[in-house]
Design a protein around this ligand. Sequence first.
Ligand code: P6P
Length: 297
Amino acid sequence: MTKTLKEHLEKVDNELASLILKISELANMISSELPYRRGKADTKNVFGEVQLIADKWADQFIIDELRKSGLVKTLVSEEQPEIVKLDEKGIFNITLDPLDGSSNIESNNLVGTIIGIYKKDLPTPGKNLVAAMYILYGPVTTLVYATQGNVSEFINTKKGFVLREENIKLPEPGKLYSIGGLRKEWVPSFKKYVEELEAQGYKLRYGGSFVGDTNQILHYGGIFAYPELTTKPNGKLRLLVESNTMSFIIKQAGGASTNGKCSVLEIEPKNITQRVPTYIGNKNLIEKLEKILIKEK
Ligand code: P6P
């Protein structure tokens, strides 16, 4: 009998299990609302990006639902300029990208909700994550959650989320490379590194959604990068609400991450909006790249 998410969470401590289950229960509402929440809002987020109606709706919906849970003390969201206080009796602090890749909604490509779960106050390094998860709205809705040493994936069915695979590890060797930014703006040593991957037969898969692209790396192995660019030395991805969470998940699956100098998870955040060059994937690929990028400096 295939395990449900609720059954799988029996091995996780109660409050954390309740929080992950609560978040999973939001998936159906979010995916069913996407057809009706299209188009641009008339506001910009703290990063100066035009917000989509779906971004703002999903953000507020998740914040309201987590506040009701009584489990969450504070929340940092890509769509909020400041740390949001939810419930002073809450025991978890959450990082949230409510709809990562939301510009893909127009073209019906992958979007997802990325959630980091901490006990320590935010901002704090990603190595302090207690758990990390994402929900991916694709041909099917899937949910991946990671705790120390274990990554499990669930598929949403008429009977709720059921286990597809647990203790997921990145396939070795990997098959894919998934890299954002304009190739002409990659630093020379990184461009050379990518050309070597291409010569080894790695296949390009890039869908413009960090969560969707990294999910492919989790399934097929390889490397995702939104790299340092000559025009954007810190790349594009947000350390707290995007890179830390996905780096933690890939690490628990046997992979690694770097910002070009150290593991993403070791970075001491300067603020809640910090961007970071992000390279995530098979450990051998990341270790080799980090050596190259350090030498470049
Ligand atoms: P580009 C989505 O807006 C996002 O933050 C990530 O999900 C994604 O990896 C990246 O931006 C895509 O950026 O420059 O390829 O559109």
